[in-house]
Design a protein around this ligand. Structure first.
Ligand code: ADE
Length: 226
């Protein structure tokens, strides 16, 4: 999977992706992450990328030229998806993460300031995605959320002992929340590990986890059950 992130703040993307599992995924060649800064494409003599809104109002609007030129400079694979991060987009979830993990390339457009010139939407026709009903200062956090959650579904991305199959919301758990986990010691400050997890009976452990998953989903996220 190749990610191309269009951002005025490439260090935000590079900082996160140079750590932990994202870093290892890139080292293994399962993912490749490239950043592209529209400022480098600005034809303005001061390299400006934004301007005041027509009709007046607060804030600055990202202009068309640097974004169009930056986008058009990216080499596209046949099976790519072009995504704009915006609070006005379709709400991101695990199902969408799995769907997008089937692509060969994802191009992510991050906004900043008050928003995009509407002609970026009209001319480049991105798929618009929101990571939740709140407003962020820029799309970078959204882009990272997508990169992280999509990559988890790629073959050989997670280590041998890890799998996205039993993550919350995943197919392995029928879309339910994940069951509770325990590690050593068997007792900590009076709180004991449930007996069933210690007896080595895999069928019983599986049933216990299924029940806990269901209980958790019922109390915390009943909307997922319907
Ligand atoms: N940019 C600003 N707010 C956002 C959100 N909620 N989701 C995705 N991108 C955004």
């Amino acid at each position: 999977m190749r990610y191309d992130v269009i951002t005025l703040f490439p260090e935000i993307i590079e900082g996160y992706c140079s750590q932990s599992i994202t870093k290892r995924g890139a080292q293994k060649g399962v993912i490749e992450i490239n950043t592209h800064n529209p400022r480098e494409f600005s034809l303005d003599k001061h390299k400006r990328v934004d301007d005041t809104p027509y009709g007046g109002g607060e804030g600055m609007v990202l202009a068309c030229q640097p974004i169009f030129d930056c986008f058009e400079n990216i080499e596209k694979k046949e099976n790519h998806e072009f995504i704009m991060l915006t609070p006005q987009g379709e709400k991101f979830n695990q199902k969408l993460a799995v769907e997008l993990s089937k692509k060969e390339q994802i191009i992510l457009l991050c906004g900043h300031y008050e928003g995009f010139d509407e002609r970026i939407r009209l001319g480049l026709k991105p798929r618009e995605i929101s990571i939740g009903d709140y407003v962020l200062t820029g799309g970078e956090l959204g882009a990272l959320v997508l990169i992280d959650s999509i990559s988890r579904n790629l073959e050989n991305y997670l280590g041998k002992d890890l799998s996205a199959h039993n993550d919350s919301f995943s197919e392995g758990l029928n879309g339910l929340l994940e069951y509770p986990h325990y590690t050593k010691p068997r007792e900590y400050r009076g709180m004991a590990v449930p007996e069933v997890l210690l007896n080595g009976n895999h069928k019983e452990i599986e049933n216990f986890r299924k029940e806990e998953s269901l209980k958790r989903t019922k109390t915390r996220r009943p909307d997922l059950l319907s």
